[in-house]
Design a protein around this ligand. Sequence first.
Ligand code: DX5
Ligand code: ZN
Length: 223
Amino acid sequence: MKQPNVIAPSILSADFARLGEEVHKVLEAGADWVHFDVMDNHFVPNLSIGPMVCKALRNAGIKAPIDVHLMVSPVDQLVDDFAQAGASLISFHPEASTHVDRTLQLIRSHGCQTGLVFNPATPLDWLQWTLDELDLVLLMSVNPGFGGQQFLPLTLDKLKQVRAAIDRSGRPVRLQVDGGVKPDNIARIAEAGADTFVAGSAIFGQPDYRAVIEKMRSAIKNP
Ligand code: DX5
Ligand code: ZN
């Protein structure tokens, strides 16, 4: 069953020189979660932010869930570090971990929620043996590494397949989509089965965060 909709702005597109202010502002504008993209210039061709920045946001009084998307290899050391730094949910790419089940157990052992991330060309086979351990499945709708890319339409079919697998499982697993999500395509993405929406450039690229978030929310509101 679909979970209540969540809008998770990706702070990769925020103004890093004023990050605390930006995060407060986007949450006040109605965002539900903070999507925190971690890139290592090894698993993906870009370098972003690490656990110290997550901790700094917690110290600055951010109480909302912090949804840490690890695009790093290896994974496990950073799971420990982000759990200490106040992450709520930690997701990682199965190709990046040598022992996927061990990494999932490690995330759980810290009391964090678990997420597994599928690149556009990554097959869904991993789900057969992991779904029972997951709180969230994240489908990448762009190749990871950069904000501001175009949504890949192949994601819609993939979303439908994962939606069916989650529904069969009967477990309350969230289905998240990340990359190129905008007010004008979010309805189709929701219809395909997503309930958790990451958006970076679509939100932080506009002057009025509240207006974009409201537009997205009303496009996916159930009638
Ligand atoms: C891409 C990141 C995304 C990205 C989304 O590697 O995982 O979270 O910031 O940005 P937009 O919404 O601009 O595609
Ligand atoms: Zn992301």
